[in-house]
Design a protein around this ligand. Structure first.
Ligand code: APR
Length: 187
């Protein structure tokens, strides 16, 4: 069992084989949808948010203006415009405040609600960045464990989605993520 604070992650012994860990630039991935670690305004920012808006073009910001923002833990969908991906699913991760403000639950909701929205749009392949682990300061290892646990919880109940890529930008993050994935799968 994985624990995060007093939050027991009911991570199973084996992760669904559809989950894969990769390293790269999420804006270049030819998948049906990429997930953006956005802010509640959905109008762009730094980090992966900035990279996705730059690659998608100004149309993404113009479209997102019609969405009325997004609450932490929730997800909204838009076309991918100039991206290789057909769709962008924007979700807002929790800002890390020490771990006693339901950060784990809210981060889990980001993955679960993004997958739920993707499935509702018949999206079969989706890529996630490590939500909240940059500007929002969520400890990387715990964030990966929550990402894997929450995504797996959705996948065991859903056959539509065929591929879930967890994308690390740096090699160091990739090695950490892969280590956690392997550890969970070898229980
Ligand atoms: N491809 C994949 N992953 C990336 C890329 C990229 N091109 N660029 C950055 N990342 C990774 C970072 O290395 C980090 O692990 O995305 C993860 C999330 O980091 P941030 O982009 O800082 O997102 P987050 O921590 O969720 O903070 C969101 O930052 O940019 C603002 O508008 C955004 O206010 C929001 C906040």
């Amino acid at each position: 069992m994985l624990y995060f604070g007093d939050c027991r992650l009911n991570t199973p012994n084996m992760l669904d084989q559809r989950i894969q860990i990769i390293q790269g630039d999420i804006t270049r991935l030819d998948v049906a949808a990429i997930v953006n670690a956005a802010n509640p305004g959905l109008l762009g920012g730094g980090g992966v948010d900035g990279a996705i808006h730059r690659a998608a073009g100004p149309e993404l910001r113009a479209f997102n203006k019609t969405l009325g923002g997004c609450k932490t833990g929730e997800a909204k969908i838009s076309p991918g415009f100039r991206l290789p991906a057909e769709f962008v699913i924007s979700t807002v991760g929790p800002v890390w405040k020490g771990g006693n403000s339901n950060e784990a639950g809210l981060l889990g909701q980001c993955y679960y609600n993004s997958l739920k929205l993707a499935s509702a749009h018949n999206i079969t392949s989706i890529a996630f960045p490590a939500i909240s682990t940059g500007v929002y300061g969520f400890p990387f290892r715990q964030a990966c464990e929550i990402a894997l646990s929450s995504s797996n919880q959705f996948l065991v109940q859903n056959d539509n989605i065929q591929k879930v890529l967890m994308v690390s930008f740096s090699e160091a993050d990739f090695n950490t993520y892969l280590g956690i994935y392997t550890q969970v799968n070898s229980r």
